[in-house]
Design a protein around this ligand. Structure first.
Ligand code: SF4
Length: 265
């Protein structure tokens, strides 16, 4: 577990699973893969299998021993809903998050179908935020899967943004993060694509977080958009029941309306 994280929208990372495999174009220059291979080369025990999916059983209850409340990104080095991670292990991770109520946990997946299948069998305490990655319009179906999950915050990580996304339905979505790709071989992102998403967030009253421009050296490109940073955060909702994939459930529509009250641009 890393006590501090350089990822702009979180404070710490916790990796009860390491390793993954690629599922879509957003994975092409996966940072986790690069890091895992580097750490394996340095002889780090946790990365003895390189980027193969590896369960780190001894870390499942680690956040319970971490007393200071943090926003914790779960599995920055993997995808918790990877098909090789047993459902019982995922349930154990959720039970730890429920018990460690003083932390806020942020989970991100590209395996939205498995998420939607398992979600009815998992606890969804208010301190668990669930997100999906969407790099282009082709993967918008992940948003529909996310809508069926009764997490207190449903969020999108639109990073790396690879194409314009002009028709983004944010019904039932509480937060949007946008970022460009960084590191060797990174693919460029145009400012107008980012503004287009910001506009859609504003029109649909959803908080917008601009993470980075990216590039080969991301420190030099920074994270200012039109002269300022965009660090809006969501307001957790009370969700007892799940929506269908179109977002049609009255209790959740009310929750979305409540969220709108909390957003300021
Ligand atoms: S799903 Fe995430 S961790 Fe897995 S290969 Fe793709 S980018 Fe990397």
């Amino acid at each position: 577990m890393a006590q501090n994280s350089s990822i702009e929208w979180t404070q710490a990372t916790w990796n009860p699973v390491t390793g993954c495999s690629k599922v879509s174009p957003g994975c092409k220059n996966c940072y986790a893969e690069r890091m895992a291979n580097r750490l394996a080369g340095m002889g780090q025990h946790r990365y003895r299998n390189g980027f193969e999916v590896t369960l780190q059983d001894d870390l499942v209850d680690a956040p319970l021993h971490w007393r200071q409340p943090r926003r914790i990104f779960v599995n920055s080095m993997s995808d918790l809903f990877h098909e090789e991670v047993p459902a019982s292990f995922i349930a154990d991770v959720f039970n730890t998050m429920a018990e460690a109520h003083w932390h806020t946990f942020q989970i991100l997946t590209k395996r939205s179908q498995r998420l939607a299948e398992l979600a009815p069998h998992l606890p969804w305490p208010r301190n668990v935020w669930m997100g999906v990655s969407v790099e282009s319009p082709r993967y918008a179906s992940r948003i529909a899967d996310l809508r069926t999950v009764p997490s207190a915050v449903r969020f999108l990580s639109i990073e790396p943004l690879l194409e314009p996304i002009s028709n983004l339905s944010l019904r039932g979505i509480d937060w949007v993060i946008v970022g460009g790709e960084s590191g060797p071989g990174c693919r460029p992102m145009q400012a107008e694509w980012v503004r287009q998403i910001r506009r859609q967030c504003r029109n649909q009253s959803v908080p917008f977080f601009f993470k980075q421009w990216g590039g080969v050296r991301k420190k030099t490109t920074g994270r200012l958009l039109d002269g300022r940073t965009w660090d809006q955060y969501p307001q957790p909702q009370r969700r007892q029941a799940s929506m269908n994939r179109d977002g049609d459930l009255e209790s959740n529509r009310l929750a979305v309306q409540e969220a709108r009250v909390c957003v300021s641009f």
